[in-house]
Design a protein around this ligand. Structure first.
Ligand SMILES: Cc1cc2nc3c(=O)[nH]c(=O)nc-3n(C[C@H](O)[C@H](O)[C@H](O)COP(=O)(O)O)c2cc1C
Length: 312
């Protein structure tokens, strides 16, 4: 998620869930070509398994980006066919590519030629008035034929004109049944459901139909949810104590500060850790008020922990 799941956020989420597959923000192939690819693709070894999401529609640029992502060590390379923003549309990639599956196929094939890292697709179920199940199949089938084996489907259409990206994540109705049918009809594919998942019972229900779920906003706003899921679905996993999660971040935070990173670049992703717990507000307030200050160090995090009631 742009501006949210940066490398610091992913490192933090990994402390909560050893097993979950993490995804980067979308990185455009053009940015990798023109910009500082090493910085854009940087991640910590602790983040594995981690997928990079690429945005683009030029097979040459996408191939170059895939080669660099593979060399950087990513475990999966995902193509964004779901973003409806104006900026992305004007670059002719993201969700609007659902209308031109052959372009995605060209990118997919070219990328697979230069790497063995699995290339996967994240799409919507359709765009604008093209909201039938058949439309989704019309997009998926040529990619499946080209060898794509994993599809992550955000189960709502993207409205390309008239809705903001934020509205495009809530206004069009969720149609999980399309994604379930996709798996039923293409059982050899790995189908991952995305959109609107906020609790364990929804995950349980979805896993009766599909191979996995992708969780966006809930994992960001209430990151402990990932720990709860891990404990619920993997036997023998203990729920981590929230304070110990914070403590496990301290060496990482210190190493990043030593490189010149600002404290709040990391702690901004940790604000939701105590969501719903006593002291959540004091935790957030201490971090929000002090972590952005020049020279702020890990003592701010320790103070935020001290602001919590003992039991939290
Ligand atoms: C701030 C923000 C940024 C996002 N950026 C991306 C992105 O870069 N790539 C992507 O595929 N989806 C992006 N999304 C969409 C989410 O990945 C997800 O598809 C959507 O929020 C629905 O899932 P959820 O209900 O679990 O959040 C973003 C969502 C948010 C809230």
């Amino acid at each position: 998620m742009m501006d949210w799941t940066d490398r610091h956020c992913r490192y933090f989420l990994r402390q909560l869930s050893p097993g979950v597959q993490l995804y980067t923000e979308m990185v455009t192939a053009a940015a990798i070509h023109h910009g500082d690819a090493d910085r854009l693709l940087r991640f910590d070894a602790a983040e594995h398994p981690v997928a990079v999401q690429l945005g683009g529609s030029d097979p040459a640029l996408m191939t170059e980006a895939a080669a660099k992502a593979a060399a950087a060590g990513y475990d999966e390379i995902n193509i964004n066919v779901g973003c409806p923003s104006d900026r992305v549309q004007s670059g002719q990639f993201g969700a609007c590519l659902m209308a031109t599956p052959h372009i995605v196929v060209d990118c997919f094939k070219a990328m697979c030629e230069i790497t063995d890292v699995p290339v996967t697709i994240k799409s919507r179920i359709g765009i604008d008035d093209n909201d039938s199940y058949e439309y989704l199949r019309g997009f998926v089938d040529p990619l499946a034929e080209a060898g794509c084996r994993k599809f992550i489907v955000h189960a709502r259409v993207a409205i390309l004109e008239g809705l903001s990206p934020k509205e495009n994540r809530s206004v069009p109705p969720l149609k999980y049944e399309y994604v379930y049918r996709l798996k039923a009809e293409l059982p050899e594919m790995e189908i991952i459901l995305n959109g609107g998942i906020t609790d364990v019972s929804q995950v349980r229900e979805a896993l009766d139909h599909v191979d996995g779920v992708m969780i966006g906003r809930q994992a960001y706003h209430d990151p402990y949810f990932l720990a709860v899921l891990e404990q619920d679905f993997l036997s023998g996993v203990q729920l981590p104590d929230r304070r110990s999660v914070v403590e496990s971040m301290l060496p990482y935070v210190e190493s990043q500060l030593a490189e010149g990173e600002r404290l709040n670049r990391i702690t901004r992703h940790m604000l939701g850790l105590f969501a719903g717990q006593p002291g959540a507000r004091a935790w957030r307030r201490t971090l929000s008020e002090h972590a952005h200050r020049e020279g702020a160090g890990i003592d701010v995090i320790k103070r935020a922990l001290d602001a919590l009631p003992q039991a939290a």
